[in-house]
Design a protein around this ligand. Sequence first.
Ligand SMILES: Nc1ncnc2c1ncn2[C@@H]1O[C@H](COP(=O)(O)OP(=O)(O)O)[C@@H](O)[C@H]1O
Ligand SMILES: [Mg+2]
Length: 279
Amino acid sequence: MTLYPLDIGAPEIVVRALTKRFGEREVLRGIDFSINAGELVAIVGASGGGKTVLLDHLTGLMVPSEGTVNVVDHTKPDTPMVDLNEIDDDRLDEVRLAWSIVFQRNALFSGTVFDNIALWLREHAGMSEEQIARRVRESISAAALDVDDVIGKDRDSLSGGMAKRVAIARAIAADPLVLFYDEPTTGLDPVISAQIHELIWNVHHRARQGETHAAGKAKRTSIVVTHDKDLLRRLGPRVVMLDQGRVVYDGAYEQFQHSTHPAAVEYLRKMPELHGREA
Ligand SMILES: Nc1ncnc2c1ncn2[C@@H]1O[C@H](COP(=O)(O)OP(=O)(O)O)[C@@H](O)[C@H]1O
Ligand SMILES: [Mg+2]
């Protein structure tokens, strides 16, 4: 399977007038923003503020009440963006070949680390067992884990930090162009969190499989839903802040720190220790 990278800065995901209601409750109220190829974007905001709901729309897991999410199909070079809500399931599967999602609770299935990482490759990558075994080992190693120590471990015996790394290793194994992370450090202690920050950074900048990187082409695009301020400080991403279902800040982290929007001030004021415990 060949994936075609975009030029750096070309639109990867375009969200227009996105509204989501659950019954009477309007969680997203007209969201507009685009994510461009090669960007590292953090989506921040209060707990319960709609970050995961927004992420679920970006990945086609939820259907908008109103508005659109347009994305690139990386399996076809030079084709127009597709509306996630208009395409059929086969096309959606195709679009998803270029994506990996690291879920908040990791979504590892019962079985070994090897099984968890190999499954997607067996189903989608058209690789031999030998190639799969090699890719699994490379991915575990890229997630800064000791391959021989971890590969045969059962999901249920992994610590929180290790399970997160395995989830990231599984994401890397698919060699995606776009990575989505939902709260990758929530519930992890500061030392482990710092290692996860570094891992997200390394994965973002890591060359893809067998790629002799073409000039002007984006490597990866990373979208991180988080309320971890240390992550922002370390990775210095573009920050998109949600408040009351709207985007209230969209720009560089350097400026975000000086934002005078009440939601940003409140967010930046809160003690980091409290954040780790929020679900
Ligand atoms: N499937 C759903 N049905 C009804 N309400 C939902 C659903 N998913 C999320 N919500 C509500 O949407 C709001 C935003 O949730 P969420 O996006 O998970 O917040 P967070 O910013 O913490 O990720 C919450 O009030 C939540 O209860
Ligand atoms: Mg959430």
